[in-house]
Design a protein around this ligand. Structure first.
Ligand code: GLC
Length: 703
């Protein structure tokens, strides 16, 4: 196969204007589907293909692979036989549903996320999917926003590591292999700052904050070789992302050298009219194309207006050519010209396997975060009769979380069943989901496990909440159960941080399980009964109350910082200061001591090392996510009070001490300075090696 560039140029040189514009058009297959569109080369991509399409021969396709192949053979009847690229939202697994991305970030284990993404690629590609609209790498500081579930939390360093890992997992070493997926970093950019946590609302982000907080995960995905990006719905500082040339061309192409293609989010080209930056569809299409959106998701504004705009001299044909070149480049890199069809023999690879389930279970376990464990109530030991109650007691598909298009509830063992299978022989588990009966049954129990939280439909796109406390009725249930005075564990399933201040005071142990995926029940059992210890850490700050939002660890110091005993002790007169639980926080079944922090040099010339000794001071082995933070004390712009720069997970046996060493290089300290350039500034820094983003061992160095 000739190299991509020469192949692409040669093919482009043969294309008519209409064939070029057809490649920039992405459709779904609905009731009005017209097969001739494919034959005429008017479609470049199909997304979220349904599993059953009525063929012209009157038969209905039955499998997703069969449907893809039926549609592909129509496209290959076109004059130039350019294959379709099939896209789909394979966000956190295909049939093997892994924890939601926010939960994945809580594992602080990018390698695990990479492995999970490669499984998802194998399963989805076996069904004819070529391209996934993932990873979502939107930084989010507002848990009211439903899509906080889909990103990797509030920190740019963690989100950047996760973004690169997931891109590598989906795309593999060789994107032309049929068991890989083209990845798509989304939603570019600033979508997570939607005002009020209200999806689709506008974001106001200063350029320094945009560049230092919201863009790094996208740049990381580009550096990892991501094939595509998706422009966001959001109106960013007055220019919708889909019309934002500064984002889509100046930064993405000019600064980062991205050579893949950009697809708009659903209908967002036509929505430029609603935004009020385009009079009509023709202007919307012109603006989006000029900004740098190469493919139009389902609005058909490109298909229906660009040819006339070119003829009217309003759109230069080389803008069309450049967009088509990018699309053809990715199709060629993905090997679609050599293997356009799904191999029916591979369809079996789309199913969960024992190995993929093991991986999902390990991932689910490593995502769960232990937030409270009074008197070592967990792991549950010595209790003969345990009541498990709450809306998740028999959860199956509810464990999957948002955006699980292909997860099947029947593939998941119900939570109750998983707990029963794992419970020690001398433990009797009782399950009751009727609130009134639960109180009665609890009298006969030695301990109570409450399994509560958000149904996945309260999470994801436009599932925004104005109140972060537990869903209606659950707080009262916790209160009633806790009043019985039994040892009580609260397990919360959710797609976002919830404000659990009341519940924390009422229960003895609190475990955050997020939406843990297909093996969430078994993973929970392993932790509850102590076969494994929890090791997750918070990828996002947990507020005490909704009114505290936005609240995040890498905040600015202000001129009147909160000091424990000073005049400016708090920011709210009705709340203690600070979050309920900080970024990076999480407990396990043992304890750790940090000491002997050492900084290799007082002055950083091009690198220094910082080390500390971590000792497992508790009774059992444990995994500690050791975190490195810095603070730039003085800058030409105000600087965050802390910034995560690296992390390492260490597994320590009881009594074991490990010296953990980090390297700090100058480029890790770069930021967007007052003059708008990116770089470092001489001065003094604090550095911490700590278990989370508050307090801990501190050192110093100068640059
Ligand atoms: C949706 C989402 C986007 C998704 C796309 C295709 O509206 O915003 O994340 O990939 O449309 O389903």
């Amino acid at each position: 196969m000739p190299d991509t560039e020469s192949f692409t140029e040669h093919l482009l040189s043969q294309m008519t204007l209409d064939e070029k514009i057809g490649q920039l058009n992405q459709i779904t297959v609905g009731p009005d589907f017209d097969p001739d569109m494919l034959r005429q080369g008017k479609v470049g991509s199909i997304l979220n293909g349904s599993s059953g399409v009525l063929t012209e021969q009157g038969a209905r396709t039955t499998t997703r692979a069969e449907t893809a192949n039926y549609l592909q053979q129509l496209a290959l009847q076109s004059r130039l036989k350019i294959p379709l690229i099939f896209g789909r939202d394979v966000i956190h697994g295909h049939r093997t549903v892994f924890p939601i991305p926010l939960a994945q970030a809580a594992a602080f284990d990018p390698a695990l996320a990479e492995e999970a993404a490669s499984v998802a690629a194998r399963e989805a590609s076996a069904e004819g999917v070529h391209w996934t609209f993932a990873p979502a790498v939107d930084i989010a500081r507002d848990p009211r926003w439903g899509r906080v579930a889909e990103g990797f939390g509030e920190d740019p360093t963690l989100a950047s590591r996760m973004a690169a890992a997931v891109v590598r997992g989906f795309q593999g070493e060789d994107l032309s292999r049929p068991d890989t997926l083209v990845a798509c970093a989304k939603h570019y950019a600033g979508y997570g700052a939607a005002e009020g946590g209200r999806d689709y609302e506008n974001s106001e982000i200063s350029e320094p904050t945009l560049r230092d907080i919201y863009l790094p995960p996208f740049e990381s995905a580009v550096r990892a070789g991501v094939g595509t990006l998706m422009s966001a719905f959001v109106d960013l500082n007055g220019t919708p992302a889909t019309a934002n040339r500064h984002l889509l061309t100046d930064i993405l192409r000019g600064e980062w050298g991205f050579d893949g293609f950009v697809v708009s989010d659903w209908d967002s080209v036509a929505e430029l009219i609603q935004h009020g930056v385009a009079e009509d569809r023709a202007e919307a299409a012109r603006i989006a194309l000029h900004a740098g959106v190469d493919m139009d998701m389902v609005s058909r504004a490109y298909l229906e207006t660009l040819a006339a705009s070119v003829r009217d001299g309003k759109v230069p044909v080389d803008e069309i050519d450049e967009a088509v070149r990018r699309v053809l480049r990715i199709k060629h890199r993905a090997g679609l010209f050599s293997h356009p069809y799904a191999d029916p023999q591979r369809a079996a690879h789309s199913q969960p396997t024992a190995e993929s389930r093991q991986l999902a279970r390990r991932f689910a376990r490593q995502c769960m975060v232990l937030l409270k464990n009074e008197d070592g109530l967990l792991p549950l030991q010595g209790f003969r009769r345990i009541l498990v109650t709450g809306n998740f007691a028999h959860a199956r598909g509810e464990l999957f979380g948002t955006w699980t298009l292909d997860g099947r509830a029947e593939d998941a063992v119900p939570l109750s069943e998983a707990l029963r299978q794992a419970a020690p022989r001398d433990v009797e588990l009782m399950f009751e989901t009727h609130v009134d009966l639960a109180l009665h049954v609890a009298h006969h129990a030695d301990a109570v496990v409450l399994v509560l939280g958000e149904h996945p439909s309260r999470s994801g796109e436009n599932a925004n909440v104005s109140d972060l406390t537990l869903p209606a009725g659950q707080a009262e249930f916790v209160e009633a159960m806790a009043a019985l005075g039994k040892p009580t564990v609260l397990v919360v399933f959710a797609g976002r941080p919830l404000a659990l201040t009341r519940q924390v005071a009422q229960v003895h142990a609190l475990l955050y399980a997020w939406h843990p995926g297909i093996e969430g029940g078994a993973a929970l059992a392993e932790i509850l009964f102590g076969y494994e210890a929890p090791s997750g850490r918070l990828p996002i700050t947990f507020p005490r109350a909704t009114g505290q939002v936005p609240i995040y660890y890498n905040h600015k110091n202000s001129g009147r910082p909160i000091v424990a005993d000073g005049a400016f002790r708090t920011r709210y007169i009705d709340l203690p200061s600070g979050p309920l639980y900080p970024f990076g926080y999480g407990l396990t079944y043992t304890t750790f001591r940090y000491n002997n922090l050492r900084v290799s040099d007082a002055t950083l010339r091009n690198r220094i090392t910082v080390s500390a000794e971590i000792t497992n001071t508790g009774p059992r082995a444990g995994r500690e996510v050791v975190q490195l933070y810095v603070r730039d004390l003085v800058g030409s712009l105000t600087r965050p009070v802390r910034e995560l720069k690296d992390f390492q997970a260490v597994d320590l046996r009881p009594g074991e001490t490990r010296k953990v060493t980090f390297t700090i290089t100058e480029d890790m300290l770069a930021f967007t300075r007052a003059d708008g350039t990116r770089g470092v500034e001489p001065g003094n820094f604090h550095v911490w090696i700590v278990p989370h983003s508050q307090g801990g061992l501190r050192g110093e160095f100068a640059l």
